[in-house]
Write a protein that binds this ligand. Structure first.
Ligand code: GLP
Length: 266
């Protein structure tokens, strides 16, 4: 597991955006796994800028989002469909038909989940998965106690996650209880994973992800079993890691050819 500790959220976003650009430059038909939430917002803003500047072309990219609220239509302001449109899709040249988000309004939820899995398979699997992390260690919407080999399915949110996400909803609105989310097993099949975390609120989840035991009670801890995963985090999110000096040292000692991608954009 690679742990990259950077000064602040902006540096985290820059490095993450650099990885996405590098991925698409290397493989124009890349399949990207995309996340929502506050953390990747700035990365998306940078990707829009890089697209404007002609540094990256998304015309042949396919994307799959991690999750969606059940009961919210894609045009609902708090839906992840709207989030993606407002933060990325409408500003770049990705083709609408290549952007996939679970349908929160599906009448037959199990069928929608099965079909989502099939679409990922048909697209050849995810090349690069961007992840955020919940304060309880959830990835996508896989809450603690999720099966570590789960597939895309219906999940029930914890009160903690509903509270954490309340700020995305209007005051009088309830945060949905149910979601459709890629499973932990689905996420683990991505060829590369980049998990982003910033701020003190994520410090406990990050420490458990990297240095704790692998347990369904901290779904992100399964990432210890992935051979190509990098956690790009800021100082605040790194606060509770006991070996942070070692992780910093590893990053500083990287041979130039390994640092190239990052350095060309930072
Ligand atoms: C939600 C999303 C996750 C995201 C998490 C953290 O639960 N389903 O994919 O990682 O929020 O969000 P934030 O970046 O806003 O802290």
């Amino acid at each position: 597991m690679e742990v990259i500790i950077l000064k602040d959220p902006l540096e985290v976003s820059k490095l993450a955006a650099a990885h996405v650009v590098h991925q698409v430059q290397q493989k124009p038909m890349s399949c990207l796994g995309l996340a929502t939430g506050s953390t990747p917002k700035n990365m998306y803003e940078l990707l829009c800028q890089y697209y404007e500047q002609g540094k990256v072309d998304f015309s042949r990219v396919t994307s799959f989002n991690l999750d969606e609220y059940v009961g919210l239509a894609s045009h609902h302001p708090a839906s992840y469909g709207s989030y993606m449109e407002e933060n990325l899709f409408r500003f770049i040249n990705i083709r609408k038909e290549n952007c996939h988000i679970p349908n929160g309004m599906a009448e037959d939820v199990p069928k929608e989940c099965q079909s989502y899995e099939e679409k990922i398979q048909k697209a050849g699997g995810i090349d690069l998965q961007i992840l955020g992390i919940g304060t309880d260690g959830h990835i996508a919407f896989n809450e603690p106690s999720s099966s570590l080999s789960s597939r895309t399915r219906l999940k029930t949110l914890t009160e903690q996650t509903r509270n954490d996400n309340r700020h995305f909803f209007a005051e009088e609105e309830e945060v949905p209880v149910h979601v459709i989310t890629m499973g932990v097993g689905t996420i683990m099949e991505a060829r590369k994973i980049l998990l982003l975390a910033t701020g003190e609120k994520k410090a406990d989840a990050i420490a458990k992800t990297v240095e704790g035991p692998v347990t369904a009670m901290v779904p992100s801890s399964i990432l210890q079993f992935h051979s190509k995963v990098a956690l790009v985090i800021d100082e605040a999110a790194a606060r509770l890691l006991t070996r942070k000096d070692y992780y910093r040292w590893v990053y500083m000692q990287k041979p130039p050819w390994q640092k190239q991608i990052a350095d060309s954009f930072l």
